[in-house]
Design a protein around this ligand. Structure first.
Ligand code: SAM
Length: 315
């Protein structure tokens, strides 16, 4: 069974933000569109919500944050999700605790990870994150590969005047270490602490994509992932995430989200239509009542960029 929203988009994946806390302070961070709060869900509550999602046809879980590896119970959380039986469990991390957790996470059932890394240059890393953790992150990435987490993707947000000159160095690093490079267009968001950075450093990555296209040996589209293209160049692989002016970003969105405070979030870019599911759980709601809460969240889904939706395609 797969549930579709009123725009005919199947709900296949669930991105669960499990903390707002982060040990980096990235200049452009949209905090996954979340409002700051200290209240966090327990591993059992996270698993309960995931179970309802599974019953409604969700196949994939991605844990995010804040920084999910700041939770000391992260291995327990992955273990509990694994027991529910998802097709795929993944995690997005800044990598600073990967050396510590890679092996245990793999053993607990984690399939894949995305590691955010925008630069291989120590000074730029410090400038962007306000921390001096680059060597530890690189070490953690190699540990994840060593312990068999696959694939390990590097999320590189491109910023004009900051790291656009590093794309091919990053490509070499990813290719030589068996990783995938994911190039992300910098977004503005109401959740950024300071949107002026994103405005000033926004880079339209179309011309970079054209360059990549020309030298790619093969191109594939990720059907259930907003038709994101994957470019294969020799032994390397590059994916492009382009939310701006991209008809596929909203039209083909198959993802529902959960805030770290236990609210269903129908859209990355909105905070005005959240549905509280944690209070009903804490008040003893039945499985059927929780299912109805999920369905309400799904019924509120609509493309953020409605103008994108042309008449030929019922987005
Ligand atoms: N702490 C984890 C991490 O660093 O990966 C997970 C949370 S972070 C908000 C999730 C992803 O969002 C990261 O890959 C980050 O690069 C990306 N991101 C954050 N702000 C962004 C923005 N303004 N534009 C594009 N991507 C952004």
């Amino acid at each position: 069974m797969v549930i579709k929203d009123k725009y005919d988009r199947p709900i296949l994946s669930f991105r669960m933000s499990i903390t707002n806390r982060c040990n980096l302070n990235c200049l452009y961070c949209h905090h996954d569109g979340m409002i700051p709060s200290k209240d966090e869900m327990t591993p059992s509550e996270i698993a309960k919500i995931a179970e309802v999602a599974k019953d409604l046809g969700v196949k994939k879980i991605r844990l995010s944050g804040g920084e999910p590896l700041l939770r000391k119970d992260i291995v327990d959380i992955v273990d509990k999700l694994n027991q529910i039986g998802f097709k795929d469990i993944s995690l997005t991390t800044n990598g600073t605790f990967l050396s510590k957790y890679s092996q245990d996470l793999k053993n607990a059932g984690l399939d894949r990870i995305n590691v955010s890394l925008d630069t291989l240059n120590e000074d730029k890393y410090k400038f962007l994150t306000k921390k001096d953790y680059l060597s530890g992150v690189k070490e953690g990435i190699l540990k994840a590969v060593e312990y068999g987490i696959y694939p390990v993707k590097i999320n590189m947000v491109l910023m004009k005047g900051i790291n656009e000159d590093e794309i091919w160095d990053m490509f070499t690093f990813t290719r030589d270490n068996g990783l995938i490079l994911q190039l992300i267009e910098l977004m503005e968001s109401e959740s950024c602490d300071d949107n002026s950075f994103s405005k000033n450093h926004h880079l339209d990555i179309s011309s970079i994509e054209e360059e990549i296209k020309k030298i790619a040996d093969e191109v594939k589209l990720r059907k259930n992932m907003q038709n994101r293209p994957k470019y294969f160049i020799g032994k390397g692989e590059i994916e492009i995430v382009k939310p701006f002016d991209n008809t596929n970003f909203c039209q083909r969105c198959t993802r529902l989200r959960l805030t770290p405070t236990g609210k269903i979030k129908p859209c990355l870019l909105r905070n005005d239509n959240l549905i509280n599911i944690i209070n009903p759980i804490r008040n003893g709601a039945s499985d059927e009542e929780l299912k109805q809460i999920f369905l309400e969240g799904i019924s509120l889904r609509e493309p953020y960029n409605k103008a994108e939706c042309d008449k030929s395609y019922r987005c």
